[in-house]
Design a protein around this ligand. Structure first.
Ligand code: SOE
Length: 390
């Protein structure tokens, strides 16, 4: 489907993994979903002129720039898409909102609660002028997780007793993996906790409608010194023998939590789950049954219905029907979607909200909630308050 909607000119800042995923979304969203607004990939911004020009040619951006401050002020830019490390989210979002630009900001919203509060206040002032903003918790847009949320809201599992969330990766198990920006607190804000723990905390609240009211946590940094990247820390794997540096973030976080609706929850976010590449599990156990999602089988959702008595068992719902969230735009039943489709769905929901003059979800205020949870986890882990030595 090719729409001829009103143009919405996008400037994207940053062009690494998230830049690639967001570019794919801007290229395709209006060719699969009927939209009043058609995104134009106007400007790609990066510090290195030659590298950003190469990325723009690869991803399909019309123009490049190296000064984001000038770009966010341009009259011919309508939306700023922030795909940079967390240490620049606040300054870019604040400038873009002040310039009247809609903003999509990657997760976590910021590196600190204070920054997230400032961004949320600015977003709420901007919305009074019709300026919209969203934070990029993209996993909410996996059809199976959106269906899980619908089924919980319908009461399918009854009262939720347990919420169990895992986000398992293993990309830094090798101690020789260099000290990239995600391992530096001043750039990333935290480690596995903010990078992938934020996703599973958000997904748990999104799916259940519960709000986490308290946490007790432990974090660990297993490898404390790493080779410095050979390219001044921009993140590429080559070390070039430039010496070593101290890892200043967590490698793993484990969290106990309680929710405002009486559930007991556990969350694990780690980059040391050897063999688990991007395993995201969310399971809820309730008084009427259970629902379980595993991103490694992202087009399926498991459902256990207590009412089935001695015929009960976890059944597998194939979340590929056109009646399932987002699926009407894609392939016939059984063909399935991938990680990249969640970003197309995110762009669709953002563009639809802007066109309808509504507030996109998740909002910066939702991002601030998660930022406060991250801070509480770090505070608990640091205080060791609830931990009884054995
Ligand atoms: C790295 O852990 C990462 O790229 C995260 O930053 C993304 O949010 C996640 O979707 C995939 O893994």
């Amino acid at each position: 489907m090719t729409t001829t909607g009103r143009p919405l000119r996008v400037a994207m800042i940053g062009y690494a993994f998230m830049g690639a995923a967001h570019s794919q979304a801007w290229r395709n969203v209006h060719r699969f979903f009927p939209l009043e607004l058609t995104p134009e990939m106007a400007v790609l911004v990066g510090r290195n002129a030659e590298a950003v020009q190469q990325a723009a040619a690869t991803f399909g951006w019309a123009e490049t720039a190296t000064d984001w401050r000038a770009v966010v002020e341009r009259e011919d830019v309508d939306l700023v898409d922030i795909c940079t490390p967390g240490d620049t989210h606040a300054e870019i979002a604040l400038a873009a909102l002040a310039a009247g630009k809609h903003v999509l900001c990657e997760k976590p919203l910021a590196n600190t609660v204070a920054e997230a509060e400032e961004m949320t206040a600015a977003a709420e002032q901007a919305r009074a002028r019709g300026v919209r903003s969203m934070v990029g918790f993209s996993y909410r847009r996996v059809p199976a997780l959106a269906l899980m949320r619908q089924m919980v809201a319908e009461g399918v599992v009854g009262d939720i007793r347990h919420i169990r969330g895992l986000y398992l990766q293993d990309w830094i198990v090798d101690p020789e993996f260099p000290l990239v920006w995600r391992l530096q607190k001043d750039k990333a804000g935290s480690g596995a906790l903010g990078d992938i723990g934020a996703h599973i905390l958000d997904a748990a609240e999104f799916v259940t409608g519960h709000r986490i009211t308290g946490v007790a946590a432990q974090t660990e940094t297993f490898v404390k010194e790493r080779p410095l990247p050979g390219d001044a820390g921009t993140g590429l794997a080559s070390t070039g023998g430039a010496g070593t540096g101290t890892v200043t973030v967590d490698d793993a976080a484990v969290v106990l939590a309680r929710t405002d609706a009486g559930a007991l929850a556990t969350f694990e976010a780690t980059r040391f789950a050897t063999g688990r590449k991007n395993r995201i599990v969310l399971e809820v156990n309730g008084s009427k049954g259970s629902l379980a999602f595993n991103f490694e089988d992202m087009n399926s959702l498991e459902h256990y219905d207590l009412a089935a008595g001695d015929r009960a068992g976890f059944t597998t719902i194939s979340v590929t029907e056109p009646t399932h969230p987002y699926l009407e735009a894609w392939w016939p039943a059984g063909h399935g979607l991938g990680y990249e489709h969640t970003f197309v769905h995110q762009a669709r929901d953002l563009l639809a909200a802007i066109a309808a003059e509504e507030d996109p979800s998740p909002s910066f205020a939702d991002g601030l909630r998660i930022q406060r949870l991250l801070a509480a986890v770090e505070q608990s882990a640091g205080a060791q308050a609830a931990w009884q030595q054995v």
